[in-house]
Design a protein around this ligand. Structure first.
Ligand code: MG
Ligand code: MG
Length: 258
């Protein structure tokens, strides 16, 4: 179902997504070689609860943790574990909260120490594809305009777009309509109405676009073991331009001091 929000609901969702943005920044300060993904998870859970919210993913469809931590060839939905981050890894951290009855949901892919230039390039193009998609989230456009912008940006860099998972509407439910694929044709799909809140979340692979799900039933990996990156914004569709409910500014303030 698609639920168009009121202005007041969009403001509540700004609060939820601001908390996710701040949680990701808190996590950013702890990402370094030697830290386990389970440690990052516990830092995030404590931070979210200390701010009067609930972890949005924990218990969702049986997911066991607060964060999805997806390292290297893991695309999304990685389960935090005793895995110790090492120099040269990349890690997508996807975080959800519930605050005042509304979900926040955003993701950022971090580098661990020095990362190979071709992997840095994958991250840059994935981020750029997110920004291009967000620019198209304007009232009167269609979902396909977002999809097309994401796809062409990523493919222009020689990267491939995951098909098996897509972005989504966000609100009182973590996954509302419409689906927001990262591939598609301009001028197709659902018309974007003012105050529709959606998550745009390109999952971009260095090699094949194909994915497989691991034995844990959650972790999505690339089909060829090559790296994958993932960035996610929650945005409210507006008449003139997209209203970003997520900000990466707090993360970047932490990273610049590293
Ligand atoms: Mg997410
Ligand atoms: Mg999402």
């Amino acid at each position: 179902m698609i639920y168009i929000k009121t202005d007041a609901e969009v403001e509540l969702m700004r609060e939820s997504n601001l908390l996710v943005s701040r949680t990701l920044a808190e996590v950013a300060g702890h990402i370094r070689p030697g830290v386990t993904t389970l440690t990052l998870d516990s830092i995030a859970e404590t931070f979210i609860r200390d701010h009067g919210a609930l972890p949005g993913f924990k218990g969702y469809a049986g997911f066991p943790n607060t964060l999805c931590t997806s390292v290297n060839d893991e695309v999304v939905h990685g389960i935090p574990s005793k895995y110790t981050l090492k120099e040269g890894d990349i890690i997508s951290v996807d975080c959800g909260v519930i605050l005042n009855g509304y979900y926040g949901d955003s993701a950022y892919t971090f580098t661990v120490g020095e990362v190979k230039p071709e992997i840095m390039r994958l991250l840059e193009y994935t981020r750029a594809s997110l920004e291009a998609g967000a620019k198209a989230a304007v009232a009167g456009n269609r979902v396909g305009d977002i999809s097309h912008a994401v796809q062409t940006t990523a493919e222009n860099g020689g990267f491939s777009v995951v098909r098996s998972l897509v972005g989504h509407g966000l609100g009182k439910q973590l996954h509302e309509g419409p689906e927001v694929p990262n591939f598609g044709k301009r001028g197709t799909g659902t018309i974007l109405e003012r105050n529709l809140v959606i998550c745009i979340e390109p999952m971009i692979n260095m090699g094949t676009k194909n994915t497989r799900v691991g034995n844990d039933g959650w972790t999505v990996r690339t089909g060829d073991g090559k790296p994958s990156a993932h960035f996610e914004y929650a945005v409210a569709v507006r008449d003139d331009k997209a209203d970003l409910l997520t900000t990466f500014e707090f993360i970047e303030e932490v990273l610049i001091k590293r």
